[in-house]
Design a protein around this ligand. Structure first.
Ligand code: NAD
Length: 488
């Protein structure tokens, strides 16, 4: 089993306390790697290094074209080491083969796009010359320049479910704009971030720009959110943690970018054939075992077609969804990340039963899998939108089917949620879908499964977050806008 070190100020270091911990494989419960278990003093050292690198180092003053070249080298290295990343994703994150395109290929595409954007982003923009009055009443011609500076020292707190994707969504724009940062990986999965630090070193990114500090406890993240030396936090994780982070950041009025959970709805309109709707609607029960923020875990279908859709979803799951260790590429549904997450999901399933939803398939631990934190793919039918399984993010292989009366009712149910991350519509009628999509209070809407996560803004309405990632929208998040005005 390999032991890893952290990357601080261009050096590979142990935790100051010397503490380490072992990471388990969620499918086998066997240890896969040993990593440092850092504390606040390690985090303080990394923050100081990032601060110095920002205030005194060359990185924020490099040209956008220079930073673009570094991002391209980064993307090349990531592509070269894809198989190493794949092994980590399977062994430490339970990533099934079906998730690998987004886990591995999309991050490379994102980095290449951030490189391109760095070249053409309007870091400086001159506004039209205007006539203005000076305080003594004279007239003057005033020119204004909008200067988009890097946001500064950033605390990046990604999650573990799509770890490479989520971290790249933060380091890509941070590097493109000239920020320096400390990554605080999820305690469930720092290996990806440590490997990214190896690439940062290989790409000769100056010391202090790119730091990774990993440990078990929340105090590491809290040190980042509390520190007056940090300018911005970019966080991906649970709504409840996002709220705590925002409160903590309020003391120093840090910029806060939050990518949080969802309870997204898939609306199946009456012109879409049920045979193809079944597998699509059942996706939350198998795609990364439902551990995805934007997965459509509420399926809305008109009452007359409800039972027929449920039958097709269940048939697909029963016949085609294999549960097991994702090291087997034919596995559709892998494990949950930890035993406590499995316990929480099973508790949600129990609440669905108690509140009167109809359990169609699944509902417990799969037979024959004694090791690993598995839950059976589970479908609930005739769910009411006020049940807990319809209101709270379960983050497990559980989907709720909710009948609606008409399109108006579907919109009402879809929007009746404290969250607003994503949504889906299945229909052959694009005009009808667009009208419907405009009424949904969610950050993204995927019509017939279409998406472009490299270029379009990604983020949430309501409690699903603040700010947007991806494309040029992601770059704006990592800048501070300054106006410089002069008279000639
Ligand atoms: P989590 O909120 O439990 O933990 C996320 C991170 O926050 C961890 O690194 C943790 O150590 C840290 N943390 C905990 N308390 C903290 C504090 N007080 N201050 C600073 N940091 C603290 O979430 P998770 O289990 O890692 O991730 C699952 C959640 O992530 C789900 O809700 C999912 O929907 C969401 N998610 C959102 C997106 C998105 O882009 N919107 C993407 C993926 C996952």
């Amino acid at each position: 089993m390999k032991s890893h070190r952290m990357y601080v100020n261009g050096q590979w270091v142990e935790a100051a306390s010397g503490r380490t911990r072992d990471l388990p494989n969620p499918a086998t419960e066997e240890p896969v790697a040993r990593v440092p278990d850092a504390g606040r003093e390690d985090m303080r050292a990394a923050i100081l290094a990032a601060r110095r690198a920002f205030d005194e180092g060359p990185w924020p003053r490099t040209t956008p074209a220079g930073r673009a070249r570094v991002l391209e080298r980064f993307a090349d290295a990531l592509e070269r080491r894809k198989e190493e990343f794949r092994r980590i994703l399977v062994a430490a994150h339970g990533a099934e083969a079906m998730t690998h395109p987004i886990q591995l290929d999309t991050p490379v595409a994102l980095l290449r796009n951030y490189a391109e954007l760095a070249r053409r982003f309007p870091f400086e923009e001159t506004l039209p010359v205007r006539e203005a009055r000076d305080p003594l009443g004279g007239a003057a011609l005033v020119t204004s320049l909008v200067n988009r500076q890097p946001a500064g020292v950033c605390g990046l707190i990604p999650t573990w479910n799509f770890p490479l994707f989520v971290t790249v969504q933060k380091i890509g724009p941070a590097l493109a704009t000239g920020c320096t940062f400390v990554i605080k990986p999820s305690p469930f999965g720092p290996l990806v971030d440590l490997m990214l630090a190896e690439i940062a070193e290989e790409c000769e990114i100056p010391p202090g720009v790119f730091n990774v500090v990993c440990g078990e406890g929340p105090e590491l993240g809290m040190e980042l959110t509390e520190s007056p030396l940090v300018d911005k936090i970019s966080f991906t994780g649970a709504v409840s943690t996002g709220k705590r982070i925002m409160q903590s950041c309020a003391h120093t009025l840090k910029r806060v970018h939050l990518e949080l959970g969802g309870k997204s709805a898939m609306i199946v309109l009456d012109d879409w054939d049920l045979d193809s709707a079944g597998p699509i609607a059942a996706a939350p029960t198998y795609f990364h075992a439902g551990q995805g923020c934007a997965i459509t875990t509420r399926v809305l279908v008109n009452r007359e077609r409800h039972d027929a859709l449920v039958e097709r979803m269940a048939g697909f799951v029963r016949n085609l969804v294999k549960v097991g260790d994702p090291a087997d590429p034919s596995v559709f549904c892998g494990p949950l990340i930890r035993a406590e997450r499995r316990a929480a999901v099973l508790e949600y399933i129990e609440s669905g039963r108690e509140q009167g939803a109809e359990l169609v398939i699944g509902g417990g631990r799969p037979e024959g899998l004694e090791r690993g934190w598995f839950v059976e793919p589970t479908i609930f039918a005739h769910v009411k939108n006020d049940m807990r399984i319809a209101r709270e993010e379960i983050f497990g292989p559980v989907v709720s089917v909710i009948p609606f009366e008409d399109e108006e009712d579907a919109v009402r149910i879809a929007n009746d949620s404290s969250m607003g991350l994503s949504g889906g519509i299945l229909t052959r009628d694009t005009a009808r879908a667009l009208t419907l999509a405009r009424r949904l209070r969610t950050g993204t809407v995927m019509i017939n499964g279409a998406n472009d996560i490299v270029h379009t803004p990604f983020g949430g309405f309501k409690e699903s977050g603040i700010g947007r990632e991806s494309g040029i929208f992601g770059l704006h998040e990592f800048t501070e806008t300054q106006a410089i005005t002069w008279r000639s």
